[in-house]
Design a protein around this ligand. Structure first.
Ligand code: SF4
Ligand code: SF4
Length: 460
């Protein structure tokens, strides 16, 4: 449970469905802008081509991850894990600085829920109309409105399913196949599964995901400190609450600025009353700020009765932005980012593996040579064809029994035997020579790829 005195335990949500009221305001506009941009990225990026390939594609068949001209192979997945750890640390730092902005503005669960609420609003009407519709008996009007909403939800869910699966199979091929009614393929079934989950989560389960299922909501309180931005009601200014006329001198009536209109509760997607204090159910969407600011404008009061603030600010202390823990996060993230970029830069674009043939350790030839046989596997990890030359490095008296020059297509793997020879007259006693196989990309000869190997020979 929370260490922060500001966070009170999760309270029981109101029974039944939450009917949110639509509203306008600066934070709603900010969310629309951020969510719109992210939705554009999500739906649009898979359609972007780069060097003739889909720019971002996680090809599960070949286990290759293509990102704007770079291909990551299973051997590179450590780098992706590293990038994900940096992302998690970034989320911790942002949470410490600005609370649950991720949840309120950019989390897919919130963004899709707001989009589904918009669909609900344009088909069934605003809050009061939806409450009436809920209570009304089934007739043609109710059937029409409900079906329109579900049709819109299903279209949005299918679009989400296609966009999501389009990052794992080529999106153009996927859409073409779906248009040809190939609905029983694996990818079509996955589109159905993702669409069904979207429909369930954004249409039905909604805030319960944030309140009961999301692990981030459980541990976010440990990232908060007294200076973390939270959304809070200013009780000192707002209480005593009560209704009044605009022309009334409410202070003379012993009232605070809160007119007890419940607008902040009616717009809340998790159905809580921010005036009860900051709760774990609060996803930091700032809808209550917009709603209350609107009320304050109408009453002619100063905005900010519900606002972004911090525990320190509420206690009258100066707000501290740069705190030691935050600086610590910043330093760790900077070091990890530098390490990630250096690793990306040093990443080998060809993979060379060598296995010695262990069935015959060495062989004599009639022309006085000793042979060792190896199995080499070369993988072109780039998105372009490349021509390679194989040679030996630090090889002393060793040489290849024949030249090896070959061209590999993008992503191609070449598995082939290589024989290395040595004149048998050179050594009297048995021994071993350590050497490297050296693979040179003809277009970048200054960056050879080397792999160590041993050559074994017997006594004469
Ligand atoms: S919207 Fe503002 S004035 Fe209305 S109940 Fe909420 S806090 Fe009070
Ligand atoms: S209390 Fe306010 S900020 Fe929190 S979830 Fe409800 S509307 Fe959003």
């Amino acid at each position: 449970m929370s260490d922060s005195p500001l966070l009170i335990p999760t309270r029981t949500l109101p029974e039944g469905k939450i009917f949110t009221r639509s509203f306008t305001g600066r934070f709603r506009n900010l969310r629309l802008l951020g969510a719109g941009f992210l939705a554009l990225l999500f739906f649009g990026t898979s359609w972007v081509n780069w060097n003739g390939h889909q720019a971002i594609l996680w090809d599960l068949d070949t286990r290759q991850f293509h990102v704007f001209g770079t291909t990551f192979w299973p051997q590179d997945f450590m780098l992706l894990s590293f990038a994900m750890i940096i992302g998690a640390l970034l989320l911790f730092a942002v949470t410490m600085l600005a609370g649950r902005v991720w949840c309120g503005y950019t989390c897919p669960q919130s963004v899709w829920t707001w989009a589904f609420m918009w669909a609900e609003n344009i088909t069934e009407g605003d809050r009061n109309q939806r409450i009436k519709l809920q209570q009304a008996p089934w007739d043609a009007n109710k059937l029409f409105k409900r079906s329109s909403k579900h049709v819109l939800w299903i279209v949005m869910s299918l679009a989400t399913g296609i966009a999501f699966v389009g990052y794992f199979v080529p999106v153009r091929e996927l859409v073409h196949n779906l248009a040809q009614f190939e609905w029983l393929s694996n990818s079509a079934i996955w589109v159905g599964i993702v669409a069904a989950l979207t429909y369930m989560n954004a249409g039905w389960v909604r805030e319960k995901v944030c309140v009961h299922m999301c692990p981030y909501a459980r541990f976010q309180s440990v990232m908060f400190d007294r200076n973390t931005l939270v959304i809070a009601y200013d009780a000192a200014r707002g209480d005593t609450r009560g209704s009044r006329k605009k022309i009334d001198d409410h202070k003379a009536l012993g009232l605070g600025d809160c007119i007890d209109c419940y607008m902040c509760v009616q717009v809340c997607p998790t159905g809580i009353d921010i005036r009860d204090g900051l709760q774990m159910d609060c996803i930091g969407c700032a809808a209550c700020i917009d709603a209350c600011d609107d009320v304050m404008d109408k009453m002619g009061y100063e905005r900010g009765l519900v606002s972004y603030t911090s525990e320190a600010a509420l206690a009258g202390e100066p707000q501290k932005i740069l705190r030691p823990r935050l600086l610590g996060y910043g330093a760790i993230i900077a070091v990890m980012l530098a390490a990630l970029f250096m690793s990306l830069n040093a990443r080998e674009l060809v993979d060379l593996s060598v296995v010695k043939d262990r069935s015959v350790i060495y062989r004599h030839t009639s022309d006085g040579n000793i042979l060792n046989v190896y199995r080499l596997k070369v993988t072109n990890k780039t998105q372009h064809p490349a021509r390679y030359t194989l040679q030996l490095h630090n090889a002393q008296s060793l040489s290849l029994s024949r030249a090896h020059q070959f061209t590999l297509k993008a992503g191609e793997i070449y598995d082939f035997p290589v024989t290395v020879k040595m004149p048998s007259s050179l050594h009297q006693a048995a021994g071993m020579i350590h050497f490297d196989f050296e693979l040179v990309n003809d277009s970048t000869p200054h960056l050879p790829n080397r792999e160590a190997a041993n050559f074994m020979y017997p006594a004469q």
